[in-house]
Structure formats: structure tokens, C-alpha cells
Design a protein around this ligand. Structure first.
Ligand SMILES: [Zn+2]
Length: 395
């Protein structure tokens, strides 16, 4: 969305009346200002609205960030994924992260001016209630809240129950459909969580929405910056995909164009390090290093690639977490099965509380992920790719 002059004045006025909030977002409360380039990139990516099918704002960040590091013009597939290539000789390695995030779409406007919402992506019903949202309307952002049933009227036996998505509505302050329309809202408008980026209390942990998979988008940008300067014999195709959260749809289309010989997905991982999780659900911890998926419900990675990633991490002193998650799909599944099949792996930066308004990532995990990926990409060559793609039994 564009920032009109009127909205710019409103934004500036908001900044002036809330200096504490502005300071929190630029640095942190300990005075240790960490607003470096990476923090700024992560903040812009996390704050950008981009539910499935409406990734324009994320694409508008990714394309200028990628552009200085490509050797051919950036191209797009027919769904809107961004294809950014470095080099044109040697094996084609596709590095994938998805631009879309969990969100919704305005379904109907009720006679009372409330909006019903089609959810997009895997939401828990309990994550939806009493949250702030932004409707991407035709006249700009429209603030909304999912109402909650007031405790003063809820019977005692219903107070511990989850408020289901069927009972959910968005309140935009409109009294009827005409007023909603005058705000620029109509059925089909995209809806995203309203959750500004914050550095958590001087720590290296960053709170925000959409880390799945804006953290992967940021890894792509920082890896590209480095592989552009380093010698290597490969064609690196960095791809920022669309519509992952509704069934890996963008990766399927992009992969058919890129035709990679090796595929690497960069994703948000799932942590199991809080009081509320069971050890069998996931074993990853925030701040304990990037992870590699050994299993998820969409794919089993290539075993030689898993070994290569393990060796690369060990050789560089990078802690690597191994994980298996049952209810999880990722773009590597599409890269793996298109074009006659491709060795792939899914590498992750651990995220606490994915698929919600408020997730947490750790900066050291991010930096280690970039180090690991850059080392993998710059040390691969045709002989190794041939070996990874060789399934002939050894005599
Ligand atoms: Zn994801």
C-alpha cells in the first residue's frame, strides 16, 4: 500500500505523541541500540502486510533488496513469486523462502457493519479472539479488532471454552455496510495481524508477526549479499515465493520455471522450549542455533543433503538443531517432487509461537543460519551435486 500525504501526517503525529513506543521500536530499553541494517530489514519485513495472494508489500521490500546482488534481471512467475539469479554457469541451486503470512479475507459485511472473515492458513481458533487486525482496504489500512464476548454476560460454564472462528467478527467501528464501504472495505479485502516489531527488553530476541517466513526472506537477502562477493561455481537462484500458507502453491509454480538441481527451503522452525510444550512435539530451542528438518508432514529430506548440512555446520562451529514436526508443510516438498524430482532440505531459524500475532526469533540463530547457508552454497560444485543426485547402488 502507498502512504498518502494525509496518512503520512497522521503517522508523524502518532510518532510525536508516543515517544516511548517509537524508542522501543528503534532500539531497546537498555540503551543498547541494535538498530543495525539487519534489525531494520527484519523490522520492515515483519511489519509488512502480506497474506496469501496479497504479497505486494513484501515484494516491494524484497525486490529492491535483492536487485543489487543479481547477475540477470529479476523475473516473476505467473503467480508473483520473485526469481533472483546470481551467475549462469554450474549447477542450479534454488534457495526458497515464502513471502506470505497467516491472515484472512473479508467475507461479508453484516447489517450492523461488522465483517466476517475467511481465515487463510493454519490458525488456532484461540489465537483469533480479541486481536488487532488491519484490513487492506481500497482507501488504505483500516484498523479492526476481533471482538470478544464480555465476561459479564458469559455463563460460568462457558468461561473456559474456546471462542470458535464461526462466532468471530471484525469490528471496524462502522455502524452499517454503507459506512464500511465508505472506509474502503469490501468482500475479498486482505486482512493481516496488527503486531508491530519490538526488540524484547534489550535481549537478542525480536518480537513480531509473520516470522514464518519473513525470517527466511531476510536470510535470502543477507545470504545473497555475501554470495555476490564470494567465488563459487554455481548458479544460485534465490526465490521469494507466494501462497505457501495455503498449500505450497507458489513454490510449485516457481520450481517449474527455475528447474533446480538442488533445492533448499529456508523457513521458520518450531520451538519446544516453553513451559507448555511436550518434548515429543518438537525439540528445538530458541537461541540454540538454526535447525534442519529430518521429517515433516510434507516431505522427507534427501539423506545425503542432511549429512552435508551436518558436516558443514560442524566444520564451521555452528550449532545445528535436528527436528521432526508432524503438522508442518514447507516449500521444499514442492521443489523435491517437481521436474522429475530434486534433492532438497528444509533449514529453519527457530520461531516461538508461529501462526499467531506474536512470534519471537533470536538474532544469533539468524546470523548462524546465514553463515551456514553461505558456506553450503559457496562450497557446493558440480561433482558434489552429481553425487547428491546419484542413487545408483554401489558395487
Ligand atoms: Zn512458512
Amino acid at each position: 500500500m502507498t502512504l498518502t500525504p494525509r496518512r503520512l501526517r497522521v503517522a508523524l503525529a502518532l510518532l510525536l505523541i508516543s515517544p516511548l513506543h517509537a524508542q522501543d521500536r528503534a532500539g531497546d530499553s537498555s540503551g543498547n541500540r541494535a538498530a543495525d541494517r539487519t534489525v531494520q530489514l527484519l523490522q520492515r519485513l515483519s511489519d509488512a502486510p502480506g497474506p496469501p495472494g496479497a504479497e505486494e508489500a513484501v515484494r516491494a521490500i524484497m525486490v529492491p533488496e535483492m536487485k543489487p546482488f543479481v547477475t540477470q534481471p529479476i523475473t516473476y512467475d505467473g503467480m508473483g513469486s520473485v526469481i533472483a539469479q546470481q551467475g549462469n554457469t554450474g549447477p542450479r541451486i534454488m534457495i526458497d523462502a515464502h513471502m506470505d503470512e497467516l491472515g484472512g479475507m473479508v467475507r461479508r459485511i453484516t447489517p450492523g457493519g461488522f465483517l466476517t472473515m475467511q481465515m487463510l492458513g493454519g490458525w488456532l481458533d484461540q489465537a483469533l479472539v480479541d486481536q488487532r487486525w488491519i484490513v487492506l482496504g481500497s482507501k488504505g489500512p483500516v484498523h479492526a479488532v476481533t471482538g470478544i464476548r464480555d465476561i459479564h454476560v458469559v455463563p460460568a460454564d462457558e468461561r473456559t471454552r474456546v471462542f470458535s472462528r464461526d462466532q468471530l467478527y471484525l469490528d471496524i467501528g462502522a455502524k452499517d455496510p454503507a459506512e464500511a464501504a465508505s472506509m474502503g472495505v469490501e468482500p475479498g479485502d486482505p486482512v493481516v495481524p496488527d503486531s508491530p516489531f519490538v526488540i524484547l527488553n534489550g535481549s537478542r530476541n525480536y518480537l513480531g508477526k509473520a516470522w514464518d517466513d519473513r525470517i527466511g526472506c531476510a536470510v535470502l537477502v543477507e545470504a545473497m549479499r555475501r554470495t555476490a562477493r564470494l567465488p563459487h561455481p554455481n548458479t544460485l537462484v534465490y526465490v521469494a515465493t507466494v501462497q505457501e500458507e495455503i498449500g505450497l502453491r507458489g513454490a510449485r509454480a516457481a520450481t517449474q520455471i527455475v528447474k533446480p538441481e538442488i533445492g533448499i527451503a529456508i523457513e521458520g522452525g518450531i520451538t519446544g522450549d516453553t513451559a507448555a510444550t511436550h518434548p515429543e512435539e518438537t525439540q528445538a530451542k530458541l537461541g540454540a542455533g538454526p535447525g534442519i528438518f529430518l521429517y515433516d508432514s510434507s516431505t522427507i529430506p534427501n539423506r545425503k543433503m542432511v549429512e552435508l548440512v551436518k558436516q558443514t555446520a560442524a566444520a564451521n562451529g555452528i550449532p545445528l538443531q535436528l527436528d521432526l514436526v508432524q503438522g508442518y508443510g514447507d516449500d521444499s516438498a514442492e521443489m523435491q517432487t517437481q521436474n522429475g524430482g530434486t534433492p532438497t532440505v528444509n533449514l529453519v531459524v527457530p520461531v516461538r509461537y508461529t501462526h499467531s500475532h506474536n512470534g519471537i526469533v533470536n538474532r544469533q540463530d539468524f546470523d548462524h543460519m546465514v553463515d551456514l547457508l553461505v558456506d553450503l552454497l559457496t562450497h557446493m560444485d558440480q561433482a558434489q551435486v552429481n553425487e547428491l543426485r546419484d542413487f545408483a547402488p554401489r558395487p
